[in-house]
Design a protein. Structure first.
Length: 507
């Protein structure tokens, strides 16, 4: 299958801490290393030593939900490259070429992949003689002024008991939406975003490109648990940062075992190729925060290289979780009794009667019941607030997983009612109503544009610019090979030098 068309579309601020406790408690009882589906808090931004130095391969968040405008489909979103500074050029943000970005689906509860959607990327540079990402205003993904571009393929891999059944190429050379350099470079970024949404044969839709980081949280938790002072909570630490996103919308019938068994478990991994051509898994994510605050330093890299089927190896890390004890010591909130049997079904197997598959093997997967219709008015606390289409039944972009996880870990399910949270209840930007739903990335531009900015930049700095210094034999030519803007910079430098030299001669 190949692309057939393109579419042109009053709280206590300790949430992050206790969410880690939630993850830990749930795993303890089940003998699995992971947090519960959706029970997360700080996501997985820079969660392990090795991956923190490899941002292109670092899976920061995973989302899975029945598509609100197409309830016969499921949307999966995986984000990478944490804390992208919008103006971080001239080498802006790309997906790695030596990586396999995999979205896994377990449709029978055995903690193994039955389906893998594998994304692989290629980078293309039109003009290698300039440092510029774009050499003028970009009007489309095919604009010759977009100097650095990426394309990707998608392979659908079908497995049975981890043995290959079939491998099918379902997308070829699909363009990636570029980084949002700024208003002068990309005056209509929404148009570029729409061009990067591709419909595939069989009813699937795909998108890859930059987006606003949809995760919202107050991450000052790592400053010694808010420094023992909750007066500064309520700040969305991720406001203004972008991520690289993969979004895939697929028919429910493609990923679930049957209409009688509609629950799927989903997680993402990244494999990186070494110098010898061997592939090694370097990143893994189902529920947020698991590896960030549940596993100690000695096990973080091991977790990123592991599979859900083997999660029992991390049991010791969660039978005696560290976070609840820290919270109790600092904030005097009593840690729940161990082991936390009340959390096992909710977070490791799925909630019985909601998103728990039959014969489930406890594992760290984001579990989603694809037969539950989307809510017309989603509630940020999901299932806790009576909205069964939300977290921990999958994870929507608007779900406040920190507050929900915090309340559950502090005993909401065993009679200890509470209203805990981190004071950040929504993303700073609104999400879209259609695929890929993500908010557009923050632009590198910070203020009003200078006069004449826009398409006139191409005219002013176009090919063949030439400056000749009077009284000298110096001639600078900015050719198309150097790029218009690069040429302008060289011209400006030459003029400054010529003026200074002649001024000194006058004396």
């Amino acid at each position: 299958m190949t692309p057939i068309s393109r579419s042109g579309v009053g709280r206590r601020g300790i949430a992050t801490l206790i969410c880690g406790a939630l993850a830990a408690g749930g795993l303890a009882a089940a003998g699995v290393t992971a947090l519960e589906p959706g029970a997360a808090s700080a996501s997985s931004h820079r969660e392990a030593p090795l991956i923190s130095g490899q941002p292109q391969y670092d899976n920061t968040d995973l989302y899975a939900f029945v598509s609100p405008d197409k309830p016969d489909t499921t949307t999966i979103i995986a984000n990478f490259v944490p804390f992208e500074e919008p103006a971080g050029g001239p080498n802006f943000y790309t997906f790695a070429e030596d990586a396999q970005y995999d979205l896994h689906v377990d449709n029978n509860g055995d903690a193994q992949s039955e389906l893998i959607f594998r994304y692989t990327f290629k980078t293309h540079v039109k003009n290698k003689n300039t440092f510029l990402y774009n050499t003028g205003p970009v009007d489309s993904l095919k604009d010759p002024d977009l100097n650095v571009t990426q394309t990707y393929d998608i392979d659908l891999i079908k497995l049975h008991k981890q043995k290959l059944v079939a491998k099918t190429r379902i997308a070829d050379n699909v363009p990636v939406a570029p980084s949002n350099v700024g208003k002068a470079s990309m005056p209509d970024y929404g148009k570029l975003r729409d061009e990067a949404v591709y419909k595939l044969a069989g009813g699937a839709t795909t998108f890859a490109g930059q987006a606003d980081d949809p995760f919202f949280a107050d991450l000052r938790v790592f400053d010694l648990l808010y420094g023992g002072n909750l007066s500064e909570v309520g700040n969305d630490t991720l406001k203004g940062y972008n991520v690289n996103s993969l979004a895939l919308q697929v028919p429910n019938d493609l990923i679930r075992e049957s209409s009688h068994q509609p629950v799927v478990g989903i997680w993402g991994t990244v494999q990186r190729k070494d110098a010898r051509g061997h592939w090694s898994q370097v990143s893994r994510l189902g529920n947020p925060l698991v590896n960030e605050v549940v596993n100690p330093q000695k096990d973080k890299d091991k977790f990123n290289a592991s599979e859900p089927y083997d999660d029992a190896q991390f049991l010791k890390n969660v039978t005696n979780p560290e976070l609840p004890k820290l919270i109790e010591a600092i904030y005097k909130i009593k840690a729940p009794s161990e082991p936390r049997n009340d959390l096992v079904d909710v977070f490791l197997k799925g909630v019985k009667g909601l998103n728990q598959p039959p014969y489930v093997r406890p594992a760290e997967e984001l579990r989603l019941n694809t037969s539950i219709k989307p809510s017309m008015h989603p509630k940020r606390l999901g299932v806790l607030d009576g909205d069964n289409a939300g977290f921990p039944n999958g994870r929507r972009l608007t779900d406040d997983v920190i507050d929900e996880a915090l309340q559950v870990v502090e005993g909401e399910l065993v009679g200890s009612k509470n209203d805990l949270g981190d004071g950040v209840d929504a993303n700073d930007q609104n999400f879209g109503h259609s695929f890929p739903y993500l908010a557009q990335p923050t632009s590198g531009s910070r203020g009003p544009l200078a006069k004449g900015t826009g398409n006139s930049v191409r005219n002013q700095l176009g090919d063949g610019l030439q400056v000749t210094g009077a009284g000298t034999n110096t001639t600078l030519i900015a050719t198309s090979a150097a790029g218009g803007v690069a040429g302008a910079l060289l011209i400006g430098t030459a003029l400054m030098w010529w003026r200074r030299r002649n001024r000194y001669r006058a004396y």
